[in-house]
Design a protein around this ligand. Structure first.
Ligand SMILES: *[C@@H]1O[C@H](CO)[C@@H](O)[C@H](O)[C@H]1NC(C)=O
Ligand SMILES: *[C@@H]1O[C@H](CO)[C@@H](O)[C@H](O)[C@H]1NC(C)=O
Ligand SMILES: [Zn+2]
Length: 329
């Protein structure tokens, strides 16, 4: 008896794994909406979930080391745009993926994919909020810690992923670097379709100018399985797109119809601290000794450089250790 049932059990288990509906078992409304995610994915009920509201009066100001954005200004070929039934994904096919290091990160993190979250109209759609303000759309660039080699392995470790998050704001003008992404959307309105970008793609072109001011905190994936493995970096300066460019995202479809919104509501912040990184040059500019003037001799100016470095390094080291101490709470 048992011998005849066993293969059936295996077959069923295999079917479960292979069923293409995996990933279609969550949505943003009704019985598959965010309030029900934790019934299937227990971590979605965790205490360190994302997104959150960032209260600017309660952040801890820090000056972290500069973030290095490696490969962000490369022209990348073989970039795919796809509709996974929840969002638009942008993925890089070739081997040399952009990466980030520095800031709050202790190692190199390698690019995996980027995707978007949006709302029914321009008054909301972002996941994180700043002082309870929503933005019409948010970009997530997902990176995994290099030593874990893949996202699959990385989500098993508390420092597995970092997500660079960027908010969007409506502008009167189109953002030319978004023309090709928005054009590609028309070709991936159906779920599980994909298209390759016709031109090389550069990450830097689609980002805001100021990459030095950001909020950072420990949180989770904002979709099931909601793993609490993400070092979030939310950049303060929004990216400005025309209303029509944002609207194009709302034409995408899931198996249930148009994806008019795909953001998770904010989650309790709990015992977490949000850090706010301000430009490290702020210290350098402001702590130049006022009695060292312009006609300084070469020896004096080299001394001045050393002097400034001393001043800017000390608070940095202090804040880095402070931050590391807080993160281990
Ligand atoms: C945006 O959508 C919300 C919810 O559907 C609605 O209450 C609000 O009036 C809309 N705002 C605009 C400007 O259309
Ligand atoms: C999408 O399809 C249109 C034709 O409908 C085509 O002109 C355009 O090049 C395609 N875009 C991409 C990125 O393949
Ligand atoms: Zn996301």
């Amino acid at each position: 008896m048992q011998l005849t049932i066993l293969p059936l059990v295996f077959a069923l288990a295999l079917l479960e794994v292979l069923t293409p509906t995996r990933g279609e078992d969550f949505g943003y409304d009704g019985v598959i909406g965010p309030r029900h995610w934790s019934e299937r994915y227990r971590e979605c009920a965790g205490k360190h979930q994302s997104p959150i509201n960032i209260n600017v009066l309660r952040v801890k100001q820090v000056t972290l080391p500069d973030i290095m954005f490696i490969g962000f200004d490369d022209s990348i070929d073989g970039v795919h745009v796809s509709n996974n039934g929840h969002t638009v994904l942008i993925e890089v096919e070739n081997e040399l993926h952009p990466r980030v290091r520095g800031g709050p990160l202790e190692a190199d993190y390698v690019f995996s994919q980027m995707h978007f979250h949006w709302g029914d109209n321009d008054t909301f759609g972002s996941e994180d909020k700043i002082n309870h303000r929503s933005f019409p759309m948010e970009l997530h660039m997902v990176f995994f810690k290099e030593e874990y080699k893949s996202v699959k392995e990385a989500i098993l470790h508390p420092d597995g992923l970092t997500v660079l998050a960027f908010f969007y704001e409506v502008d009167r003008h189109q953002h030319p670097a978004y023309d090709e992404i928005v054009g590609a959307l028309q070709n991936v309105t159906e779920p599980h379709t994909q298209v390759e970008m016709e031109h090389p793609f550069s990450f830097l072109n689609i980002l805001p100018y100021d990459l030095r001011r950001y909020f950072t905190y420990r949180g989770s994936l904002t979709t099931p399985p909601c793993s609490e493995v993400v070092i979030w970096l939310d950049f303060e300066q929004p990216i400005r797109l025309a209303h029509e460019q944002i609207k194009a995202f709302r034409e995408l479809k899931s198996t249930h119809g148009k994806i008019t919104h795909n953001f998770r509501p904010i989650q309790p912040i709990g015992d977490r601290v949000v850090f706010y990184n301000i430009d490290s040059n702020y210290f350098t500019y402001n702590e130049i000794d006022p009695d060292e003037d312009e006609d300084a001799a070469p020896t004096k100016s080299s001394r001045r450089r050393g002097h400034n470095r001393g001043f800017s390094l000390t608070p940095r080291l202090f804040f880095v250790s402070l931050m590391l101490a807080m993160l281990q709470l």
